[in-house]
Design a protein around this ligand. Structure first.
Ligand code: PLP
Length: 405
């Protein structure tokens, strides 16, 4: 991979912090955006801004065409059967809330059971708890082993005749673990149970073939895959989406409205009430262009090299460091704690050395409890990171370890 050519597409990477080269290693929270995505957003505001689906005029038709060709692009990216199965949302969080409220609300009642895993992001826990407060179903949780692998035998043992739904992340935002979602889906389907997959951390790093996976629902966020903020995707199987009630009511999601009763629009518009972020949606297709031109396999191989180089150096050179998550094939995410140091102090000192990492519970407090920690420091890589940056990070971390030790 020509890293220099890739980096030249990301103007923000030229920033300096405190007189040093900035090293951006918070890609799990959000990745940076190539110029072509920025250009698409600027073009959306300076050339084609008009509300979608409401106008006969040229500008509205152009904006609509940009949005709908982005839907087609997403459909192809994840190999969905039809563009109607692609619902645009504000992000993974809204997509999961939509599924919980609309699909969960339809199928989960008292005496029923939902299976989650201990490594879920709060976005895949709290929407279910909100529904649970109304419906009173039971939530069961799949545990992990010491390396951060899901305990698949325990997962299978959690199924009972009351199991109605499984919701699991494809990849953990803390441990980097890539879960065997294909196997989990096949097992659930053999028991007649549908599966929701939170793909927020998988979509930027792994090829997703929805039809091969056979997921019932799959969610992801544009801003974590080199795209704009405020845009996400919910994929749903057509037969589920057709049965589900709308999540929000408003313009664009109706067929006809009267005070006697309202009928709803066909897919995907039934789930897209109000004016969507049509400029961001159009820009998402440019982020997919970037990923496909660079090559997902090449990106994955490059990130794997960064991960193994950095992990080996950290373990060899920083006494007492604890790294959380060592599952085979994990994503390029390194969560860690320095011996005797608070995660905030480590993160703050790294920042003063130009290294941008995240600290805290990473919206995964149940996982923090399972790991027996309050929070961790997390460094995570993307396509544009270099081995030189990985070395700057480990050198800086060694300095911080000395200061805090
Ligand atoms: N799920 C996972 C695994 C995540 O890592 C995140 C964000 O970090 C989310 C869900 C929520 O994504 P968003 O904030 O884009 O809605």
């Amino acid at each position: 991979m020509d890293i220099a050519a890739i980096r030249s597409q990301f103007p923000i990477l030229n920033r300096r912090l405190y007189g040093r080269q900035m090293v951006y290693l918070d890609n799990t929270a959000t990745s940076q955006t190539p110029q072509r995505v920025v250009d698409a957003i600027v073009g959306g505001y300076t050339r084609t801004k008009a509300n979608v689906h409401r106008g006969v005029h040229t500008l509205s038709q152009e904006a609509t065409e940009l949005q709908e060709s982005a839907r087609q692009r997403v459909k192809e990216y994840i190999n969905a059967e039809a563009a109607e199965e692609i619902i645009f949302t504000r992000g993974t969080t809204e997509a999961l809330n939509l599924v919980a409220s609309s699909f969960g609300g339809m199928i989960l009642g008292r005496d029923d059971e939902l299976i989650l895993t201990v490594m879920e992001h709060h976005a895949n826990i709290v929407p279910w708890q909100l529904l649970q407060a109304q419906r009173g179903f039971k939530i069961k949780v799949v545990p992990i082993d010491s390396a951060g692998n899901l305990d698949i035998e325990a997962y299978k043992r959690l199924f009972t005749p009351h199991t109605r739904l499984v919701s699991v992340c494809h990849a953990s935002n803390v441990l980097g673990t890539v879960n065997p979602v294909g196997e989990m889906i096949a097992y659930a389907h053999s028991a007649g149970v549908p599966v929701v997959v939170d793909g927020a951390q998988a979509a930027p790093h792994l090829p997703i073939d929805i039809r091969a996976l056979d997921a019932d629902f799959y969610t992801f966020s544009a801003h974590k895959m080199y795209g704009p903020t405020g845009v996400g995707v919910l994929y749903g199987k057509r037969r589920h989406l057709e049965q589900m009630p709308p999540y929000q009511g408003g313009g664009e999601m109706i067929d006809s409205v009267s005070f006697e009763g309202t009928t709803f629009a066909s897919l995907p518009y039934k789930f897209e009430a109000g004016t969507p972020d049509f400029i961001g949606i159009a820009a998402l297709s440019k982020a997919i262009d970037f990923i496909e031109e660079t090559g997902l396999e090449q990106i994955a191989a490059h990130e794997e090299e960064l991960l193994s180089h950095t992990t080996s150096r950290m373990l060899a050179e920083i006494p007492g460091i604890r790294i959380f998550g060592s599952a085979p094939g994990k994503c390029a995410i390194i969560s860690f704690l320095l011996a005797g140091a608070h995660h905030y102090d480590t993160g703050m000192l790294l920042d003063k050395l130009g290294i941008e990492v995240r600290t805290g519970h990473h919206c995964a407090q149940p996982l923090m409890n399972a790991l027996g920690v309050e929070g961790v420091v997390r460094a995570s890589f993307a396509a544009y990171n270099t081995l030189q940056e990985a070395d700057l990070f480990v050198d800086a971390l060694a300095r911080v370890a000395k200061i805090l030790g």
